[in-house]
Design a protein around this ligand. Structure first.
Ligand code: AGP
Length: 608
């Protein structure tokens, strides 16, 4: 939520910042702005409501030449999207500028205090108080002033601060919002994530909560808030700048759908050993896992749907109670948690505030916390005793696709490995699972090859008034995810429902304008699902089914069918969702939507 980037070094800072903002735009696109200290020592600020392209247009021939600067792309929280509320924000003197991701929860009280002290605050944002607090604390050392100001803030922040009179220096700080330092050759960066800077350096420091980074062209010093120097390791980013480019596809979402076979292969790399699933990330907690008597999964959105597959398998294979709860609700009715509870936090970004808060609560109560994330160095990894990475590569489109299928594959592997370690997964079942997992990437590729026919079907359904998605058992998470994709990118109403619940209310929504999308792949609940499908058909709804190749019955019942290869039931969620992703994509394209940056959304949700 909000992307921030800062640069100091020999390059021309303006183009570096604009390039970084374009790559961070998936984090928010309500407004964009940059601030630079120019070669003449002046502070230059340009900021506009709207996307980075609006800012670039406003800059006309480009920003003035500068060696240092900061930039921001916003997902609005406090204050509507406008030029005035766009970041960066400045102090009264106009010498200090700040960009911020997060929420300063006590900003009203700070604002009143600053106004009473003679400051003039111009915007409606919470962020602006930071510039004025730094102004009050400034005595010639920007890092010291930032550290002093931080002591006044409550809430969450990733901040970058610049002072016109210290023109080679930026100071960054983080608390419950992501910020990394990029360590270049004679140049330094600060950014919300590596995508913004990986074209310039792959060497990064993942800042921890409470860290303050003081960067200059040839140095990066990390301290705590008292100023004590900390020894933070430099990590190497494992993917290239090209991985975060569209690579010839019309949209990132389409590219990421096509990357799914490769992402599945990557997610399994090193984890299928002979006939068994082995996640060595669990080795350090193996002793504690031996005593677990319940499993709680926590996640939001798409990650929550993936976690439903995991909860079902933990319960089936381990024989202990297992469930998944939306992270934002978990805290209001926390289950009994103790040292025998395994809590699994599923989050692509690793920065989702609700998921982090729930994981922290679980950790505080003594649970074993395992993070399942795509983001090395992310906040969730610090709340966890073990981290299992999706290895899916960067996902740029706001609508998750390849991270959903790799989340499902990884929770399946996680459940299998824990069950094997506890002696509850028969070797035969493990072998069968490994074989099915190995077939998945080519089966996913075969499904994606049918994109053209899915596009054609989408053309016939794109003008629907809404959609009803149903599924049972492992088809249910696929139905939920398929409906979410439609909602997110085409702005059409879509319900994802447990098929058996259809008759308990939502069936009244069905008519010729509201198609029924049924996940009807081969399973133990197939016949019951077919009954639900028939209930829809009897209400004149067009029926679009996702079915297993070779199913001769479904062709007679459904109006249109998306075919997927056969696989084990727990893995069917992965193959069933692929045509639904493509369907949602083509419906959105046909309706002229902004597929990669749908309205009101941001990819990484760092506010609660
Ligand atoms: C998925 O398309 C959405 N962008 C959203 O539901 C997302 O999955 C959710 O915000 C959780 O994000 P996370 O996996 O990064 O925690």
């Amino acid at each position: 939520m909000c992307g921030i980037v800062g640069y100091t070094g020999p390059r021309d800072a303006g183009p570096v910042l604009l390039d970084g903002l374009r790559r961070l735009e998936y984090r928010g696109y309500d407004s964009a702005g940059i601030a630079l200290v120019t070669e003449d020592g002046d502070l230059f600020v340009e900021k506009r409501a709207g996307k980075v392209a609006v800012l670039t247009d406003a800059l006309g021939g480009g920003p003035p030449t500068a060696g240092v600067g900061l930039g921001h792309t916003r997902w609005a929280t406090h204050g509507r999207p406008s030029d005035l509320n766009a970041h960066p924000h400045s102090d009264c003197s106009g010498r200090i500028t700040v960009v911020h991701n997060g929420i300063v929860e006590n900003f009203r009280e700070l604002r009143d205090e600053l106004v009473a002290g003679g400051h003039t605050l111009r915007s409606e944002t919470d962020t602006e108080v930071v510039a004025h607090l730094v102004e009050d604390a400034y005595e010639g050392d920007l890092a010291a002033a930032v550290r002093a100001a931080l002591g006044r803030l409550q809430g969450a922040y990733a901040l970058v601060v610049m002072h016109r009179d210290e023109p080679d220096r930026l100071v960054g700080a983080r608390l419950n919002a992501p910020l990394i330092v990029g360590v270049g050759d004679g140049e330094s960066f600060l950014a919300s994530d590596a995508a913004a800077i990986v074209a310039y350096t792959k060497r990064v420091i993942f800042l921890a909560d409470g860290d303050v980074a003081d960067i200059r062209p040839g140095s990066a010093v990390v301290t705590d808030r008292s100023g004590a120097v900390l020894d933070r390791p430099i990590d190497e980013i494992q993917w290239s700048a090209e991985a975060a480019e569209k690579g010839g596809y019309a949209h990132f979402m389409l590219k990421e759908i096509h990357e799914q076979p490769a992402a599945l292969t990557a997610a399994m790399t090193g984890r299928l050993r002979g006939d068994a699933v082995c996640l060595e990330e669990l080795d350090p907690i193996a002793k504690r896992l031996a005593g677990i008597d319940r499993v709680e999964m926590i996640a939001c959105g798409t990650a929550y749907y993936a976690s439903l597959v995991g909860a079902a398998l933990f319960q089936e294979w381990l024989g202990v109670p297992a469930r998944s709860t939306v992270a934002s609700e978990f805290r209001y009715s926390p289950p009994p948690i103790d040292a025998r509870t395994l809590v699994i936090a599923v989050t692509q970004s690793g920065e989702t505030a609700d998921t982090i808060a729930a994981a922290r609560l679980a950790g505080d109560r003594g649970a074993i916390v395992v993070a399942l994330t795509n983001t090395v160095g992310s906040a969730i990894t610090r709340e966890s005793h073990a981290s299992v990475f999706l290895q899916a590569g960067p996902e740029v489109a706001v609508a998750a696709t390849k991270t959903f299928v790799t989340q499902v594959a990884t929770v399946v592997m996680l459940a299998a490995d824990v069950a094997r370690r506890l002696g509850r997964l028969p070797a035969e079942k493990d072998r069968e699972l490994v074989e099915a997992l190995r077939r998945l990437p080519s089966q996913a590729a075969r499904t994606i090859e049918k994109a053209a026919s899915i596009e054609e079907v989408a053309g016939r359904y794109a003008s629907a008034a809404g959609y009803m998605y149903i599924g049972r058992s492992f088809g249910y998470p696929a139905a939920l995810e398929g409906a979410l994709k439609i909602k997110e990118i085409s702005y059409l109403h879509a319900e994802g429902y447990a098929a058996g619940e259809l008759k308990h209310g939502p069936i009244s929504l069905l008519d010729p304008e509201v198609p029924l999308v049924a996940v009807a792949t081969r399973s133990a609940v197939y016949e019951k699902l077919i009954s639900n499908l028939m209930e829809g058909k009897a209400r004149d709804a067009r029926v679009l089914a996702v079915a297993t190749e070779g199913d001769t019955q479904i062709e007679r019942l459904a109006t249109d069918v998306f075919w997927v290869p056969d696989t084990l039931e727990p893995l069917s969620t992965i193959l069933a969702v692929i045509p639904l992703q493509l369907f949602a994509y083509y419906v959105a394209v046909k309706r002229g939507r902004d597929v990669d940056q749908p309205r009101n959304l941001a990819k990484s949700v760092t506010v609660e």
